[in-house]
Write a protein that binds this ligand. Sequence first.
Ligand SMILES: O=C(O)CCC(=O)C(=O)O
Ligand SMILES: [Mn+2]
Length: 204
Amino acid sequence: MDLFPETSSEVINAPGASLVLHRAAALGVASDALLEELLRDTPWRSGDVVLFGKRYRQPRLFAWYGDPGASYRYSGTTLEPLPWTARLDDLRRRMERIAGAPFNSVLLNYYRDQQDAMGLHADDEPELGDSPVIASLSLGEPRPFRLKHRHDKAIRPLKLPLPPGSVLVMAGNTQANWKHELPRQARPCGPRVNLTFRYIYPAR
Ligand SMILES: O=C(O)CCC(=O)C(=O)O
Ligand SMILES: [Mn+2]
């Protein structure tokens, strides 16, 4: 058991959001070894998005794990979760301790290089509930994570470089008031893997 699992955590000042960055979370393994392990062992898949009636390949790979029934809906398809691996289940328990909230699923995103990205969005699907708690673990290349206020243009966007081994906990009204993105970049860079631990309410 980790008696002192936390080395440092920082509250990110963003009006109407609840954001805490844990810069060096206890993962039970070195973050570079974890990156290698996940790159090797994950059945990465590509997904499509439909924009204005046209189908595009998402510029990244992903995998979805969770408890049975914690399904992930995107672009009109419902994805059943893969069963937890020992590693991902162990990380889930660690993230629950850090965030102080339960998780029943995790979305892994693999950004192969600088051209892979995720567009501006909020994690505000109904199955995540009214004020989702999401723990976002970053590995590999420290790509900037950008946040933009949804309602007040006078509030400046935030740019957070998420270091490998860091955990950003988004909670409260973060998703209601802010959107976030991982922009593509011009500068060549190495791979990054991000894991967002979530709690999916069962479909009613
Ligand atoms: O890669 C990231 O840091 C963000 C991922 C994300 O926003 C998501 O999976 O919804
Ligand atoms: Mn997101």
